[in-house]
Design a protein around this ligand. Structure first.
Ligand code: MF3
Ligand code: CO
Ligand code: CO
Length: 259
């Protein structure tokens, strides 16, 4: 069932989205060589708390961390631990927060210091793929129009999209209907986009093959070929006109700005 949000709910979604966005930026700025992923997760927890929110991921299906931190060939759902971040790594950070009952969900991949040309192209293509998808998030289009735009852009640039994990509706819970795949499944029909729908669009893009596997920790998803992967995500509102990105810093409630 797809939930359309009321104006009151959208104001809370804007606040939650802004907090997620600001926390993601804070965490990105904290990342440096030598820091453990555990320390990054603890820093994220303190920033989430600072803005009066809670992690939407901690405890979700028993997920053990505050945010997802996925390094190099890790695709999504990386689990923080003693691993030290190194110069040249690419780090996918995924932040989900709950604020006054509503969720903001946003992710980005950052390069530590400088990364190689392949990794930089991967980040650039994944970023643009996200915006290609967002540009199709229009009332009257279908979810598949987003999927097609993301997949087309990624594959035209020689990379591949992950099939096992998909974008999704967002609201009072992290994952609501509809699913928002980053690929087209021929013959499958997809929901029509309507004003008031809030969805997370989140291309997961592999430099090599799209095949992934889950590590023995039951969470960390890695590429099977060991090549790097990148992830970019925004929570987006379908409107009567242009899509509105909810996970942006501009909507941070004024009461939280002075902090
Ligand atoms: N970040 C994922 C998403 O964007 C959800 C993570 S679920 C968790 O949909 F349990 F791993 F945190
Ligand atoms: Co996310
Ligand atoms: Co998501």
């Amino acid at each position: 069932m797809i939930v359309l949000k009321t104006e009151r709910e959208l104001d809370l979604m804007r606040a939650a989205g802004a907090i997620a966005s600001v926390v993601l930026n804070d965490v990105g700025a904290f990342i440096r060589p030598g820091v453990t992923t555990k320390a990054v997760d603890e820093f994220a927890a303190s920033r989430i708390r600072h803005y009066g929110a809670t992690s939407a991921f901690l405890g979700y299906r028993k997920y053990p961390c505050n945010i997802c931190i996925s390094v190099n060939d890790e695709v999504v759902h990386g689990v923080a631990g003693p691993r030290r971040i190194q110069f040249g790594d690419i780090i996918s950070l995924d932040v989900g927060v709950r604020y006054q009952g509503y969720i903001g969900d946003t992710a980005k991949t950052v390069a530590v210091g400088g990364c190689g040309l392949l990794a930089q192209k991967l980040i650039d293509v994944t970023t643009q793929a996200l915006y290609e998808g967002i540009s199709r998030a229009l009332a009257g289009n279908r979810v598949v129009d987003i999927s097609r735009a993301v997949q087309g852009y990624v594959e035209a640039n020689g990379f591949s999209v992950v099939r096992e994990f998909v974008g999704h509706g967002v609201g009072r819970t992290v994952h609501e209907d509809p699913q928002v795949p980053n690929f087209v499944e021929p013959g499958k029909n997809s929901a029509k986009l309507k004003p008031g729908m809030t969805i997370a669009i989140e291309p997961m893009v592999n430099a090599g093959s799209p095949v992934v596997k889950v590590l023995s920790d039951k969470w960390t998803v890695v590429t099977q070929d060991g090549l790097p992967s990148a992830h970019m995500e925004h929570t987006v509102l379908i409107t009567e006109s242009e899509p509105e990105i909810l996970t942006c810093p501009e909507n941070l409630p004024s009461s939280l700005r002075a902090r």
